[in-house]
Design a protein. Structure first.
Length: 310
C-alpha cells in the first residue's frame, strides 16, 4: 500500500484549507475524523505519517471525548513506531493549560501568575491571592472560550454562585493575573516544522474569543469574528520584520514537547514585559491576513509534510 499523510482531527471546516493544499501539491492523504472509531491494538497501523490536529475545544462541537480517543490512537501509533507530528505529549499540552505553563517554565518562558482551582469553594479561596484585576479561564477550552475579567473577589463570587457560571470541561478553572497591554492587541506566533514562521497581531478590543480560522468568520457561534469595514484596522494583521523575544527558547520548548506545528500567543504589558499565555497545537490561519502578507501557513505545513512523506 502506498504511504499517505493521515490527518487526525474532529473539525472538517478547519482541515479543508489543509486538504486543499495537499490537492494542489498532489500529496496522498486520508482523513481520520475522531468523532468516533475503533482500533485493533494487535493490528499494525497503515504505513505513512500522521498529523494530529485534535482541538481542546472539541466538546463545543459535540465531540466531548475525541481528545481521549485521540490519545488512545496516538499511543497505538507511537507504540508501532509510526511518525506522529504533534504527538501524544503535544496533545497533553493542547488540552491542559496547566501542562502548558509547567512546560514553558522549564524553558524560562514567562507566563502570567496562575492558580489552578478545582471546585467553586477553592476557586473563591484562590481569589484571595490577587490584589488587582484577574481573569478566569478553563484549563481545557480553546479559541479564548470562557475567559472572564474580574476586578474583585466579590465580583467573582457573584459570578460563581450565579446561573452564568460555566465550569471547565475538566473541572479545573484557572485564575490568572490580568496582563494589561498598552493597546488592545496580542501577538500570535506561528511555528511550522518547529521553526518560527510569522507573527500576527490580533485585535482584542471586542473580547477574548478570537480564532484566526476562516470557519469562525462564517457563523461559528463560539468564535464570533465578523467582517470589518474597509476603513477599520483588520482584526488580524501579519507583522513585518517582527523579532520574537526568546525565539530559541520557544523552538527548544516545541522540540522537547513533540510539537511540530503551533500558534503561541503572547502579550506585552505596559512595562514591556512579554508573557506567554496560550499554546495552540491545532493552529489555524486567517486567509485575509495571509493574502495581504503573501505568506501561507497551511501551504507551509503541507510542504513540510510532503517532504517528510518522501
Amino acid at each position: 500500500m502506498d504511504k499517505k499523510i493521515y490527518v487526525i482531527h474532529e473539525n472538517s471546516e478547519w482541515t479543508a484549507p489543509l486538504f486543499q493544499r495537499f490537492d494542489e501539491l498532489g500529496l496522498p492523504y486520508e482523513d481520520w475524523h475522531m468523532a468516533k472509531g475503533h482500533i485493533d491494538l494487535a493490528a499494525a497501523p497503515p504505513e505513512g505519517i500522521f498529523y494530529n490536529r485534535m482541538s481542546a475545544s472539541s466538546h463545543t462541537r459535540g465531540h466531548r471525548y475525541s481528545p481521549e480517543y485521540t490519545s488512545a490512537v496516538l499511543a497505538w501509533l507511537e507504540s508501532c513506531g509510526r511518525k506522529v507530528f504533534n504527538d501524544s505529549r503535544a496533545l497533553q499540552l493542547e488540552i491542559s493549560k496547566v501542562n502548558q505553563y509547567s512546560a514553558l517554565k522549564n524553558f524560562d518562558i514567562p507566563t502570567p501568575r496562575t492558580i489552578a482551582a478545582y471546585g467553586k469553594e477553592e476557586l473563591l479561596k484562590a481569589a484571595d491571592h490577587f490584589n488587582g484585576p484577574f481573569i478566569t479561564k478553563p484549563n481545557r477550552a480553546g479559541k479564548g472560550l470562557g475567559v472572564q475579567l474580574f476586578q474583585s473577589k466579590s465580583a467573582l463570587e457573584s459570578y460563581v454562585n450565579g446561573d452564568q457560571f460555566d465550569d471547565s470541561i475538566d473541572g479545573i478553572t484557572l485564575l490568572q493575573d490580568y496582563i494589561e497591554a498598552p493597546e488592545p492587541f496580542i501577538v500570535r506566533c506561528e511555528f511550522v516544522g518547529g521553526k518560527f514562521l510569522y507573527a500576527v497581531r490580533v485585535d482584542t478590543s471586542e473580547g477574548f474569543e478570537l480564532c484566526p480560522a476562516d470557519a469562525c468568520q462564517i457563523g461559528d457561534q463560539f468564535c464570533p469574528i465578523t467582517e470589518e469595514p474597509a476603513e477599520q484596522t483588520p482584526k488580524f494583521k501579519i507583522l513585518e520584520d517582527f523579532t520574537l523575544p526568546l525565539q530559541s527558547h520557544y523552538e527548544a520548548f516545541l522540540k522537547a514537547n513533540g510539537i511540530t506545528f503551533a500558534g503561541i500567543e503572547i502579550i506585552t504589558d505596559k512595562n514591556g514585559n512579554v508573557f506567554t499565555y496560550d499554546v495552540n497545537t491545532n493552529t489555524n490561519y486567517n486567509r485575509d491576513a495571509e493574502e495581504a502578507a503573501g505568506i501561507y501557513g497551511m501551504k507551509a505545513i503541507a510542504e513540510f509534510l510532503g517532504k517528510e512523506l518522501r
